[in-house]
Design a protein around this ligand. Structure first.
Ligand code: AHR
Length: 554
């Protein structure tokens, strides 16, 4: 094994890194001799303000997300506030949930908002977009949407948790007029329009003042199978005239999936073909990225390539994290393409669907389509994804984890009166400390993880994370992906020194560890005081962990 000093020396020589330069905190620090890794935080190198909205959520009317997960009904025995699951409200307040996207996803482009307003007992039942994929065990509400949870209930839910609503409009199957009408229903002042009166009759005289509006969803697929050029024409038409009522409106265009640079380029090319001024109608370009292929290069088939949420080995663990790491190149890559048309970068990226996607089989509630049980692996995936967003605050204006509850990378799982916070939910609670902070540059040096990928050597980074400044406090989050090795690390602060601090760690000796309704706390974070001071402190990151250090600076 490479000696630690030799590792650090080789890495510094190899990368020409700034660590160990004259101004580095490491230059004057005594060598403790044990650490094999280093993190340098550069307090003066600010990257921008971390928008709280990158800690956003996504709740689609899909299987058990809304009916069971969020909405239990006012008459339910499950503790609720006006029909909304109380435990969910309480948890979301704790994580400072900033924004929630609804009602889809693919569901959005089949949804008529008019079905979900007016007296609840008069609302129509409609076939849900996802109906045909529902299992026979699923309750009727997952197949035939009772529309009990509509615009009013969603806006009310957002108000209860202190989040902003983000509505995705139907571009595939409703005319642009209905987009305007939905905005009118939500935002026209009390008493001003017939739709404002309808809203008042439901108990909401004051406008919801909804700012964020998605103009379609995945318009390259379930949202209409458009070419990017066709979608751009539709987008221009939808965004051409929307009433403001004094409320700033931020439109989010349906953007690419993964590395589909052609979508980004084709869409923007067509948008500016009319006139460059058209760019001003777009607040954000949505990017969707799911990590799903655990076949180790065996297939690109969407069904066959998926892995299991709960049964996996160390190689599957690294393979998933490696896919999560792709996010950074997608952000950089699409940003570069956007620059070809939008030199000022007035349009930001909105990563409004992200997370791992496994094959069916792990769901806690039998029959819940797309429900999977997040493990410690998904906690690390989520931590490193949020760190990636933190490192690009000038590019990413919003992100929405897919999805909030009972679906994919859930923060929470619920069924009837049962509820638990998943390891992903715990990561969101830990990382909330970054919100509104000044992102500062941090440099990580650590021995790479080496593993055997079906007979071929593979590597993955050894430590990564992000840092943000909040007056005298520095928040540093770090992921150690190694399944068995701790990383003893010297953390140097360039431009400051640590006076005191706390550390919160999420880990488990079992990489498959997860929470269930019966074992709600199998994976939960531990917080303690940190006994360390000075420009360089030493900390050991446990194997397979997500760590948050909150350091008060002198
Ligand atoms: O999150 C599940 C689905 O994934 C969404 O409905 C769709 O937008 C994406 O393909």
């Amino acid at each position: 094994m490479l000696e630690r000093r030799e590792f650090i020396r080789q890495t510094i020589v190899g990368t020409g890194a700034l660590l160990f330069t004259r101004y580095s905190p490491f230059a004057a620090a005594a060598d403790t001799g044990a650490a094999d890794s280093r993190i340098e935080v550069l307090l003066e190198e600010t990257l921008g303000t971390i928008s709280p909205n990158i800690y956003g959520h996504f709740a689609e009317n899909l299987s058990g997300v809304v009916y069971d997960g969020m909405w239990v009904g006012e008459k339910s025995k499950v503790p609720n506030v006006d029909g909304i699951r109380k435990e969910l409200i309480d948890e979301m307040r704790k994580i400072k949930a900033p924004v929630v996207r609804f009602p889809g996803g693919c569901f959005a482009d089949s949804y008529d908002w008019r079905d979900g307003v007016g007296p609840r007992d008069k609302r129509p039942r409609r076939t849900n977009f996802w109906a045909e994929r529902e299992s026979s065990a699923a309750p009727a509400s997952h197949r035939y949407d009772p529309n009990e949870f509509g615009t009013n209930e969603f806006a009310h839910f957002c108000k209860l948790i202190g989040a902003q609503p983000y509505l995705a409009a139907n571009l595939r199957s409703l005319p642009a007029e209905q987009f305007y009408r939905w905005v009118e229903y939500c935002n026209s002042p009390a008493g001003s329009t017939t739709l404002a009166d309808t809203r008042a009759e439901a108990g909401y005289p004051e406008p919801f003042n909804i700012r964020f509006w998605g103009v379609g969803n995945e318009s390259w697929g379930c949202g209409g199978d458009f070419t990017p050029q066709e979608y751009a024409v539709e987008y221009r038409r939808f965004a051409a005239w929307v009433p403001r009522y004094g409320q700033e409106l931020s439109f989010i265009a349906s953007g690419p999936s993964d590395d589909n640079w052609d979508w980004t380029r084709g869409f923007l090319e067509e948008i500016v073909r009319k006139s460059p001024g058209q760019l001003r109608s777009i607040y954000g370009l949505a990017l969707h990225y799911y990590a799903w292929n655990l076949s180790r290069g065996g297939t690109r088939n969407w069904i066959e390539g998926k892995g299991d949420a709960l049964k996996f080995d160390a190689v599957d663990w690294y393979e998933l994290l490696r896919q999560g790491d792709v996010m950074e190149s997608l952000i950089d890559g699409h940003w570069q393409v956007m620059e070809e048309f939008d030199r000022e970068h007035s349009i930001k990226l909105v990563v409004d669907e992200w997370g791992p996607w496994y094959r069916p089989g792990s769901e806690l509630t039998p029959g819940d389509q797309l429900e999977q049980v997040p493990t410690l692996r998904d906690a690390l995936f989520s931590g490193m994804t949020l760190d990636t967003f933190n490192r690009h605050p000038e590019k990413v204006a919003m992100a929405n984890c897919a999805q909030l509850i009972n679906c994919l990378n859930s923060l929470y799982l619920a069924h009837e009166d049962k509820f638990c916070v998943t390891p992903v939910g715990h990561v969101f609670a830990m990382y909330a400390a970054h919100q509104d902070g000044q992102a500062v540059r941090s440099v990580f040096l650590a021995p790479e993880v080496k593993y055997d990928r079906d007979g071929k050597p593979a590597t993955f980074w050894g430590l990564k994370g992000s840092a943000s400044r909040h007056d005298k406090d520095l928040v540093l989050t770090v992921v150690n992906p190694h399944v068995s090795e701790p990383r003893e690390t010297e953390i140097g602060i360039r431009g400051g020194a640590v006076k005191s601090g706390t550390v919160t760690t999420l880990t488990n000796s079992n990489i498959q560890a997860h929470n269930t309704f019966e074992q709600r706390d199998a994976v939960h974070p531990q917080t303690r005081n940190l006994e360390a001071q000075g420009r360089v402190i030493t900390f050991t990151f446990p194997p397979a962990s997500v760590t948050k250090l909150v350091l008060t600076l002198t």
